[in-house]
Design a protein around this ligand. Structure first.
Ligand SMILES: *Cc1c(COP(=O)(O)O)cnc(C)c1O
Length: 387
């Protein structure tokens, strides 16, 4: 089976991890801070906090922005459930903004319309999570303009997008958002096995997230309510979690980071080959906004179902049967049973649902070779031309 995504592990990665195993620290040592500083420097952010997953990063990002019971968090329905769940963790309400039918990202125009209505109803969001689906950045400038007008904060869920650029600058530099989150799950662009990171230019947010990722406990006298009892002393000043990244993960991440730009370039080259090879088939290839240099985590095609004899599901199953490990990103979150029970129903976000009825993620990963890509194209072509 040609997988839809796969990590790339080199001998350097292995050596880096082994070095940590025989060092003094398996966790809370010098490597994670080095990884954080390296990512922050690469993307142009002031602060970076490594954690054990992007889900954890989204959680502490929401808490640091003050998201609380009675508040609203808005995001795209076409995302992994974690982009929305972080709001529920904080006791907030979650709502969605339908996608742009070209980029499949949260649509700034739909956002504007929904904000106007929410203002009248007195339920404006406190946080909007902008998800860079497939690695293509959302239209951050118009979303940021709306945040100034309506007073919400912005988290970029850039789980798919490390190494990509918006308006020529690295995603994660925080020009149009408060906090950016990366994921280092093995299918993503660089990996630490499990892992994530929250980046910000705001020192207060950084300090708060630092506390929250480690029990709300501090050894910094400046953050304590009174003088230390002695050199052993620490204080818990907030309710935090154990969301820390280990040194093993940090070492793997640091080693992978050195190949980030090559990975993204390779992913873009493969995506452009797909664009050409699929141009004559009854599918829609991913359209790219002129402001976007995508991380290309995923290559999603949409079937022109009225030009194909098979159904979407039949095409998907035929690909799997013939060794093409396709996937579907994502089932619209509002149609998940947990969200339906919160009051959402099918029909609420029609563009997202139309997308779901047609989308298929084709295999794409840096180590994919020409032969494998040709195989994906020829199998897909044969299936779509069945009469
Ligand atoms: C993978 C992913 C997450 C969660 O990442 P983890 O590191 O697995 O917690 C969140 N949002 C999006 C869009 C993702 O793709």
């Amino acid at each position: 089976m040609i997988p839809y995504g796969r990590q790339d592990i080199t001998q350097d990665d292995i050596d880096s991890v082994i070095n940590v195993l025989t060092s003094d620290f398996l966790t809370q040592g010098p490597v994670v801070p080095l990884f954080e500083q390296s990512v922050a420097k690469h993307v142009g952010a002031k602060h970076a906090l490594a954690v054990n997953s992007a889900t954890s990063a989204l959680h502490i990002a929401c808490l640091a922005l003050g998201l609380d019971k009675g508040d609203w968090l808005w995001t795209s329905p076409v995302t992994f459930v974690a982009s929305a769940n972080c709001g529920l963790y904080c006791g907030a309400n979650v709502d969605f903004v339908d996608i742009d039918p070209c980029t499949y990202n949260l649509c700034p125009k739909a956002l504007e319309v929904k904000l106007e209505q929410a203002e009248q109803e007195g339920r404006l969001p406190k946080v909007v999570v902008a998800v860079h689906l497939c690695g293509q950045p959302c239209e951050m400038q118009p979303i940021h303009d709306l945040s100034q007008r309506y007073g919400f904060r912005i988290i970029e869920d850039a789980s798919h997008a490390i190494g990509g650029k918006y308006q020529g600058e690295y995603i994660g530099n925080g020009r149009y958002s408060d906090i950016t989150v990366f994921s280092f799950h093995p299918v993503k662009i660089i990996t630490t096995a499990e892992g994530g990171m929250a980046l910000t230019n705001d020192e207060k947010l950084a300090r708060h997230m630092d506390l929250l990722r480690s029990h709300g406990v501090t050894r910094d006298p400046a953050l304590m309510t009174r003088e230390a009892d002695g050199p052993w002393y620490y204080q818990q000043v907030d309710l935090g979690f154990n969301y820390r990244m280990t040194e093993l993960q940090g070492a793997l991440g640091l080693s992978q980071l050195s190949r980030l730009d090559d990975y993204v370039a390779r992913r873009n080259a493969l995506a452009e080959c797909y664009d050409v090879a699929l141009a004559k088939l009854p599918v829609i290839t991913p359209s790219q906004h002129p402001d976007s240099y995508s991380g290309r985590h995923l290559y999603v095609i949409r079937l022109k179902c009225d030009e194909i004899r098979l159904t979407h599901r039949q095409v998907f199953e035929a690909l799997r049967e013939q060794g093409i490990g396709v996937n579907l990103h994502y089932i619209p979150v509002h149609t998940q049973p947990y969200y339906e029970q919160l009051g959402f129903c099918e029909g609420d976000f029609p563009e997202a649902e139309r997308y779901y009825a047609e989308a298929i993620s084709l295999p794409l990963y840096p180590a994919m070779n020409e032969g494998q890509q040709e195989q994906v194209v020829s199998v897909l072509q044969a299936i779509l031309e069945q009469v």
